[in-house]
Every structure is written in structure tokens, then in C-alpha cells.
Design a protein around this ligand. Structure first.
Ligand SMILES: [Zn+2]
Length: 204
């Protein structure tokens, strides 16, 4: 499933250029501090939230905070990607790809360098992006905390992140749906990012 090395080479370059450690050991990337944290800690955190406030409220909080994080990330990364635009991005409409859409896909594809899983996003059009994540951290965190499969998709922060990032780059309100999830027993997590209008229609 691994893609050509060109994607990796470019991502490694961006990562190497952007992540530094201070003399104290703090990890600074894209002007912000990052931490390494075990996913089972994050899974436990999610589980406690669910016990306290319920599944629906937990989903809403994770999704909206993911969306906000995606929007913030796009602000930080836009310049870097705009300076690194080339044809290595994988899209299904190569001839008329909009540069914002191209950058959004590039940015989403970078997530595997952050340890989120192996990520592949495809720009189907300016109104729709499809993606898949192998070994998604959020699904694994869920399985670790609950010790059993879920009956529904669980990667709400990740899904929200994709929606926020796409919203910022495409300058329209985008939402995301998780169609398949590792935590449900599927081989990978499959995401669909689409306009708010299309999302509302599907939800009905
Ligand atoms: Zn998932």
C-alpha cells in the first residue's frame, strides 16, 4: 500500500526542516510545541469523557476540537506547502486541479509523518475528498481503552481534523464522515470530506 518514495522524501524534508528540539528536550514544530504521548493514555481519556458526559457529547467535542485543530494547522502550513507545490500529489483530476485543493491533499497526506497512521487522501473534486488511514491512532486508542470492537466509527478527532483542514484551504464549510473504521473491525478507516450542504443531506 505504500506510495512512491517521492511522497516520503518530500514529507521527510518538510518534517526535518520544521521539527526541532530545544536544549531542554521540548519538541517545537511549525512554531508550536508538540508532545509524545502513548495512545492508550488518549484512549483512556476518551473513555472517561464518555462515562462522564456520554457518547454523543464526547463525539461532538472530539469532532469540533479536531476541526478547529485542522483549521489552525492549515494556517501554519499553508506557506510551506505553497512554496513546495509540485506534481507529486495524487489526484484524480490532474489537469484542472485547484492549487488550494492540491495543498489540502498534500497536507492531509502529511499526517502519517505525525504518526497518525498511513494516510492517503484523494481529491475527487473541489467539493469532495476521500481518504483512508491504515492503523489510525484514534481507532487503536479506542481498542486499547475498551478492549473490544465498536459498533460505530470512533475516529471523531481525526475526521474533524480533515474537515477543518479542508474548510480552511477550500474556503468553504466542509464536514467529514467516517465510512469504515478499524475499531469496528474494518481493515482501515475510510473518510469522506464533503460540503456542509451535502453532509446535511446525507445525515437526513
Ligand atoms: Zn476509525
Amino acid at each position: 500500500m505504500k506510495e512512491s518514495n517521492s511522497k516520503k522524501t518530500e514529507q521527510n524534508k518538510i518534517k526535518d526542516e520544521c521539527f526541532k528540539q530545544t536544549e531542554w528536550g521540548n519538541i517545537i514544530g511549525f512554531g508550536r510545541r508538540f508532545v509524545l504521548m502513548a495512545i492508550d493514555n488518549l484512549g483512556e481519556e476518551r473513555k472517561r469523557f464518555t462515562e462522564l458526559i456520554g457518547e454523543q457529547a464526547t463525539e461532538a467535542i472530539l469532532y469540533s476540537s479536531g476541526k478547529r485543530a485542522g483549521m489552525q494547522a492549515s494556517e501554519k502550513m499553508r506557506k510551506i506547502f505553497m512554496n513546495n507545490l509540485d506534481s507529486s500529489v495524487k489526484t484524480t483530476n490532474d489537469d484542472r486541479v485547484d492549487s488550494n485543493l492540491e495543498v489540502a491533499v498534500k497536507h492531509l497526506n502529511l499526517a502519517d509523518d505525525m504518526g497518525w497512521g498511513y494516510v492517503n487522501y484523494y481529491a475527487v473534486s473541489k467539493d469532495k475528498l476521500e481518504g483512508e488511514i491504515i492503523d489510525c491512532w484514534e481507532a487503536e486508542a479506542y481498542l486499547s481503552a475498551y478492549g473490544k470492537k465498536s459498533e460505530f466509527p470512533v475516529c471523531h478527532f481525526t475526521r474533524g481534523f480533515g474537515a477543518g483542514l479542508a474548510s480552511a484551504y477550500l474556503k468553504k464549510d466542509m464536514e467529514a464522515i467516517e465510512l469504515e473504521c478499524l475499531a469496528m473491525g474494518h481493515k482501515k478507516c475510510k473518510m469522506l470530506i464533503l460540503t456542509k450542504e451535502a453532509f446535511e443531506k446525507i445525515k437526513k
